[in-house]
Every structure is written in structure tokens, then in C-alpha cells.
Design a protein around this ligand. Structure first.
Ligand code: GAP
Length: 512
């Protein structure tokens, strides 16, 4: 099965089992907006807790806040979002489809990279053990041709992005002969800037004065509360403020399921440091955040850093942690050194002094900021896309299993009476009552035990606890493990400990 087919199946699976629904589906949906269902919300909450605890509980110098989505419109002027939060947009005149010009070029570059990799694989097959990849890449004429093309286009794109040169962006698309994936033609409009912020009116005042924005990032809620938190929490630099919340962007091209949405959730942390120390902290946070991801065990090789080609208007260094989604390596989290851009601008625009008095240096300054910013929905997708497996079993059947890290699984255990009589449901219910205070559990007595196991595999439940007739006598139950499908007989009194060992969030937190 191709990765594309697996992704399609995963999307259908998310709906079938209550993880994710299209928003307003009964009205044919709203493009790039999704609702999380009964299992999706559990997984999402578990990811949030993992992130929150790793930031706020594990670091004495990081505190959390929950700021409002609506903010004074001047916030977005000061932050630069009104003037510079734009994407370069281009339309194909034949298909009438709209694209981000930089994404069209990036996709073209990805194809060139794929072409080079295919050539390398051919060489590897031809030369066997004697194959030297470095030498091959440096000498093979086909690879060299593609590489020269790649480097030239890439350099032009980076320059055009940094210079905000929209004509050059279009010229690159023309010169590279990039065609519209839908119409197949190269009949392009000019490239225009498109501001990504949604606006609305405050109260019943319409017109310029009442225009406010839905926040495109949660970070500004942290910046405008810098003094409040620093003073009331008596925080000493370096310190951080963390926040989880919704953000909104009017994305030009919204696709790939929950990867790029118009309403999404961010988990952001702004770390305030002494000017001059920001690169040291930038390095430290890169390492810490990568460890956070790797601790989930989705596969270390699925992550890589990618330094930004174009720095955002606020940054002096920026990198992405990319994850290998079924549609390739894509941004999962951004780590940015934002200098004093935000606090400095809020100080200038608000007219309030936003500074920190450093008792050690005996001076006041506007702190520098290193931020970590991860999309909760993308993290959700990373987990599900690596957890989703269609496994061929020895008996010729196939099982769909979600091997979600047990600590994050939406349902931790299912309690299943073998039959619906002879006092087994009552015994199972007793176990439910014992476990439900600690864990989200499901009780299921419908269908054969095999079918019930499959249902739990499909939603990623790490443990199935089966109550049979012997349980009434010996107070033991059978535990079946999701990943190995192995079964074990254990005392009911030891159930909590068996489950805790695998699902306790501390397991993940200790690995970071
Ligand atoms: N405060 C910095 C900031 O917002 P960003 O790189 O624009 O930086 C941070 O966004 C993260 O938010 C991204 O790495 C991504 O995971 C997530 N994100 C951004 N736009 C998104 C969208 N349209 N849909 C889903 N997640 C998105």
C-alpha cells in the first residue's frame, strides 16, 4: 500500500472511531476546520498534559497562563502581523485554483530531491557493497545536473522571499516550468500578498475602529502579560511563560487533513533571557524539545531539524523540528529566537515601560526571547500516523491497531466480561469501579471477545481485561496486551499497578 493510501485509510479511521470529524458535516463541512470526537479529545488532552507538565511542572522557572483570544488591535500592529503576516499567493487561470507561490516552488524542489535519491538508489543496486554514496553524489552526471538545478532555484527562492520580491517569485515558477497540478497548465496570475489574519467587529461598532482580529498565534498573549507575570510571580530572568490555546489563520491552501487548518491549537512557551545569551538558550531549547518528541517513541529517525530559509519578521534565528508524516518531512514545531522584537515594539506602541530590572547586573533592559511553538493538531497527527498499522495476522486476518504510546492512549483499559451472564458483568463492573478513578476505561459486553479485542486495538487501548468464570473463584483476570497480543493471568488486586507501570505520564517525563 502506498503512503497516500495509508493516509487515506487513517483519515477514514479517525472518523469511524470518533477521533476527528469534519466541522459542520451535516452542512457538507467547512474547509480546513475539524472537530475532535470522543476519543480525539482524550488523546488531545493527554498530549496537552504531557506538554504542560514537561514545561510548567518540570521547570521551576516556567509558569503558565491562559490569555484571551481577542486582544486590542494595537497588539497586532506592534507585533508586525498587520503589516507582515502574509503569504505570497498565485492563481492558475485555467483551474482557478489558488496556491502559495513558495509552496509550489518547495514542492518542485522536493521532486528534484526525490529524483536525485532515486538515482542514488539505482547506483547502490548496481555497485552493491562497493557503493560509495558520497563519491557517487559528487560525480554522477544526472545527480550533478539535478543538484545544480536545485541549488539555483533554492538560492533564488530564498532571496526572493527575503527581499519580498513577488515578481521574482513568479519568474521562478515560470522559469522552472512549474505546472498547476490540477489543470496541468502554466497559465499563472501575478503573485500577490495575502494577510492571514481573520478580522471581525467588536460589539456593534462596524468600521475601522471596531476591527479586531482572531489571534494568529498565542505568543502575543504572553508578551502583553510579561510584566503582570514577572511582577506578581516575582520571576527572575531567565524564566518562561507557557500557554496552550487556539489560533486562527486564513490559510490559502488548507490541505492534508489536520496538518494545515484555519482554526488550530498551539502550545507555546516564551523564554525570557538576558540579551546576548539567546543563542545559548536557542541551542538548549532545540535539544530539550527534540528530546520531548523522541521520548514518545515514535521513532528517532522520523525527526530532523530544518533551519528556516526565510526568517520571520521577528526572528534572528529559527529552526523547525520536522516530522516524517505520510506525505513527507514537514514542520511540526518551530523554535525561534525572537530577540527583543515583541517586547520592544509593545513598549514603543503602548508607551509603557516593559523592562526587567536585573539585580545581578544592576540595570534594566528589554529581555530577549526564545520561543518554542508546537502545533497540537500536528502533534496529534504525528502520533496517529505513526501509530496506525494494518497488520497481517498468522490466521490470515488483518487487524488495524493504533499503537499510540500507552501514556497518551485515549482509553487505558477495557474491561470485558467473557459472557453476558453468570455474574461476570457484575464482577467486571466492580473492576470498572475500582479503575475509573485513576484511568479512562471502557466497559464492553457486546459481541464475541475476539471482536471486542479488535475494537480496542483499533482505538489504541493498551490493555484488555477479560473476566471469566474462574475470576469469580480465584479473583484473577486475563490481561491482553495490545501490541504483542500476549495474554497473562493476574490478580485483580494487582491490576492498578500493572496498568500504572505502562501508562503513567511520568514514564515519558523522565525520558526527556
Ligand atoms: N509563535 C510562533 C508561531 O506561531 P509558526 O511556525 O507560524 O510560529 C508554530 O507556528 C506551529 O504552529 C507550527 O510549527 C505548526 O505546528 C503550528 N501551525 C501553524 N500553522 C498551522 C495551521 N494552519 N494548522 C495547524 N497547525 C499550524
Amino acid at each position: 500500500m502506498t503512503q497516500e493510501e495509508v493516509f487515506k485509510n487513517l483519515t477514514a479511521h479517525c472518523k469511524e472511531y470518533g477521533f476527528i470529524f469534519q466541522s459542520s458535516e451535516i452542512y457538507d463541512g467547512l474547509s480546513a476546520v475539524y472537530d475532535y470526537g470522543q476519543l480525539g479529545v482524550e488523546l488531545k488532552n493527554n498530549i496537552k498534559k504531557y506538554w504542560w507538565d514537561s514545561m510548567v511542572r518540570l521547570h521551576e522557572n516556567i509558569v503558565g497562563i491562559d490569555s484571551a483570544i481577542f486582544m486590542h488591535p494595537k497588539v497586532w500592529e506592534a507585533s508586525g502581523h498587520v503589516g507582515a503576516f502574509n503569504d505570497p499567493l498565485i492563481d492558475n487561470k485555467d483551474s482557478k485554483k489558488r496556491y502559495r507561490a513558495d509552496v509550489l516552488i518547495e514542492d518542485y524542489l522536493a521532486k528534484l530531491e526525490e529524483k536525485m535519491n532515486k538515482e542514488v538508489e539505482k547506483g547502490r543496486k548496481r555497485f552493491g557493497d562497493a557503493f560509495n554514496e558520497e563519491q557517487f553524489r559528487a560525480t554522477n552526471p544526472n545527480v550533478l545536473r539535478s543538484k545544480a538545478q536545485y541549488d539555483a532555484i533554492h538560492a533564488r527562492m530564498v532571496k526572493a522571499l527575503n527581499d519580498n520580491d513577488l515578481n521574482e517569485m513568479r519568474q521562478i515558477i515560470v522559469d522552472a516550468e512549474i505546472a498547476c497540478p490540477i489543470s496541468g497548465t502554466k497559465n499563472w496570475t501575478e503573485v500577490r500578498q495575502f494577510n492571514l489574519m481573520f478580522s471581525t467587529q467588536l460589539g456593534n461598532i462596524s468600521g475601522e475602529d471596531g476591527t479586531i482580529y482572531l489571534r494568529p498565534e498565542t505568543a502575543q498573549g504572553i508578551f502583553v502579560n510579561f510584566l503582570n507575570v514577572q511582577k506578581t510571580g516575582r520571576m527572575k530572568i531567565p524564566f518562561g511563560i507557557a500557554q496552550i490555546g487556539k489560533a486562527f489563520r486564513n490559510e490559502i491552501v488548507a490541505r492534508q487533513f489536520i496538518f494545515r487548518m484555519r482554526e488550530f491549537e498551539q502550545m507555546e512557551m516564551q523564554f525570557f533571557v538576558q540579551p546576548g545569551s539567546e543563542m545559548e538558550w536557542f541551542k538548549k531549547w532545540k535539544e530539550l524539545r527534540l528530546n520531548w518528541h523522541k521520548a514518545m517513541g515514535l521513532g528517532d529517525e522520523k525527526y530532523r531539524f530544518h533551519d528556516h530559509d526565510k526568517l520571520a519578521h521577528y526572528a534572528n534565528a529559527a529552526t523547525d523540528i520536522e516530522f516524517e508524516f505520510p506525505f513527507g518531512f514537514k514542520e511540526l514545531e518551530g523554535i525561534h529566537s525572537r530577540t527583543d522584537f515583541d517586547l520592544g515594539n509593545h513598549q514603543r506602541v503602548s508607551g509603557r515601560k516593559i523592562q526587567y530590572f536585573d539585580p545581578e547586573k544592576n540595570e534594566s533592559y528589554v529581555p530577549y526571547v526564545v520561543e518554542t511553538s508546537i502545533g497540537l493538531d500536528r502533534c496529534f497527527l504525528a502520533i496517529l500516523s505513526s501509530a496506525y498499522k494494518e497488520e497481517a495476522l498468522e490466521n490470515g486476518e488483518t487487524r488495524v491497531v493504533l499503537s499510540i504510546p500507552a501514556e497518551l492512549a485515549p482509553v487505558k483499559a477495557a474491561v470485558l466480561p467473557l459472557v453476558k451472564k453468570d455474574g461476570l458483568p457484575e464482577k467486571a463492573q466492580e473492576i470498572m469501579d475500582m479503575l475509573k478513578f485513576d484511568y479512562n476505561c471502557q466497559y464492553d459486553e457486546k459481541d464475541s471477545i475476539g471482536k471486542r479485542y479488535r475494537r480496542q486495538d483499533a482505538i489504541g487501548t493498551p490493555f484488555c481485561i477479560t473476566v471469566d468464570h474462574d475470576s469469580l473463584v480465584d479473583n484473577k483476570v486475563t490481561i491482553r496486551y495490545r501490541d504483542t497480543m500476549e495474554q497473562e493471568r493476574v490478580d485483580i488486586s494487582s491490576l492498578k499497578a500493572v496498568i500504572a507501570e505502562k501508562v503513567d505520564l511520568v514514564n515519558l517525563l523522565k525520558k526527556i
